[in-house]
Design a protein around this ligand. Structure first.
Ligand code: LLP
Length: 394
């Protein structure tokens, strides 16, 4: 496959994608809920279509992701739309499409949604994003629920907004939204996030304001490193459901990474080997921060394995890419079986926030993406050509 498709190539397993979304859905089976797959994790159409085929709905974070959802076959009322800087055009699109919920991030945005809905003679469905001031305990770049983060409104502000917007003819406040961060590996932040909106919903109900749903966002982490302690999907449900259940409101979840990350590997070929002064090796491969930004951006750890391990004593090495930055390191201080130029390596758990965060830095064409289905496979996103890359240049 790597011979035919070329490297670097992102490879996804249809079976793993489907098994994961089903498992998460099953964990919440005892309570009315909708899984809205977070398209940002992997927006390749073939992947989003698999999610839809499994009955998941969609969470979009931009106008572009709304288009991905629509092209994957979703109806507008299956899409929730989040985003801290929605433009006027994006809001007009969201309002006129009639999305299931626009997750509003600020009082100003709620006013703008109201004005757009009025101008278009419609009623916009809005959920209010609450910033619960909860520490997700993950990397600071992907923690979103602290008071100092740019996301959402304080619970007090959200309360005041919902009450003051309740009587507006063109605004229908249908829910509350929270998302405290990503790659969360313990129950407490997820529980506290849910608690913040469940508590607010209860207070609003006492004032006669009833909602349709509580959207607890995404964030469930996976074990990138062997032995890393994470929450199971059952533990996640056990953290969230007891908090949400007393409200009686439908639960919305926006999982991305947990479903998609373990379904993907990045296949890359060794292009050079170079001895380091301390006796270790640089294993230089044809993928780098342009195909997988996570190690460079967050210091993230991804497993790296030889696809056909050679016999012999393991070598100590840094696995590095071809890009002109020292941050272009896929794996630092690793041990691999002896490798040679031309060997294939697999970088693990790259199905989420892998291909979608790719760039053309160093004018590197974006990698192909392949979906494996049992013994069969097909290219679901072809490799960019130099002409593709340069087509917008004058
Ligand atoms: N909902 C909202 C509003 C979000 O902002 C996110 C992720 C999700 C759902 C999905 O979260 P998940 O279940 O995937 O954790 N690029 C980073 C991750 C950024 C996550 C941004 N928001 C990474 O590679 O780790």
């Amino acid at each position: 496959m790597a011979d035919a498709a070329g490297t670097p190539v992102h490879v996804y397993s249809r079976a793993v994608l489907r098994t994961r979304v089903r498992a998460l859905d099953a964990a919440f089976a005892s309570y009315p809920h909708d899984l809205h797959y977070a398209i940002k994790a992997n927006a390749t159409l073939a992947v989003v279509r698999e999610m839809r085929a499994e009955g998941a709905h969609a969470d979009a974070n931009s106008g572009g992701e709304i288009d991905v959802a629509l092209r994957a076959g979703y109806a507008p009322d299956q899409i929730v739309f989040t985003g801290v800087g929605k433009t006027h055009d994006e809001l007009v699109r969201a309002v006129t499409l009639g999305l299931k919920a626009i997750n509003a991030e600020s009082p100003g945005e709620m006013e703008r949604i109201d004005a757009i809905a009025r101008a278009h003679g419609t009623r916009a469905r809005v959920a209010v994003r609450v910033n619960p001031d909860v520490d997700a305990g993950s990397h600071p770049h992907i923690s979103t629920g602290l008071r100092g983060n740019k996301f959402g409104m304080t619970p007090a502000q959200a309360h005041q907004m919902v009450t003051s917007m309740a009587a507006r003819a063109h605004l229908h406040v249908v829910g509350l939204h929270v998302h405290v961060g990503s790659q969360i590996t313990s129950a407490e932040p997820l529980r506290r996030g849910a608690e913040a909106i469940a508590g607010l919903a209860t207070a609003l109900a006492a004032e006669g304001i009833s909602l349709e749903h509580l959207d607890v966002g995404g964030g469930l982490g996976i074990a990138y490193e062997p032995g890393q302690i994470v929450l199971t999907e059952a533990e996640y449900a056990a953290a969230v459901l007891p908090v949400v259940r007393p409200t009686g409101l439908r639960l919305v979840l926006e999982p991305g990474r947990w479903i998609a990350a373990p379904a993907g590997v990045l296949l890359t070929r060794v292009v050079d080997l170079k001895a380091q002064a301390d006796g270790r090796w640089f294993v230089i491969v044809d993928a780098g921060m342009t195909e997988l930004l996570r190690p460079a951006l967050y210091g993230a750890w991804h497993g790296i394995e030889a696809v056909s391990p050679r016999a012999g004593a393991p070598i100590a090495c840094d696995v590095v890419g071809p890009v002109c930055e020292t941050s272009d390191t896929l794996g630092k201080a690793r041990h691999l079986p002896p490798v040679d130029v031309g060997d294939l390596l697999a970088v693990r758990d790259t199905g989420a926030y892998g291909a979608i965060m790719a760039s053309n830095y160093n004018r590197r064409p974006m990698a192909a993406e392949v979906l494996v289905d049992g013994a069969a496979w097909r290219v679901v996103r072809r490799r960019q050509t130099i002409d593709d890359m340069l087509q917008w240049d004058e």
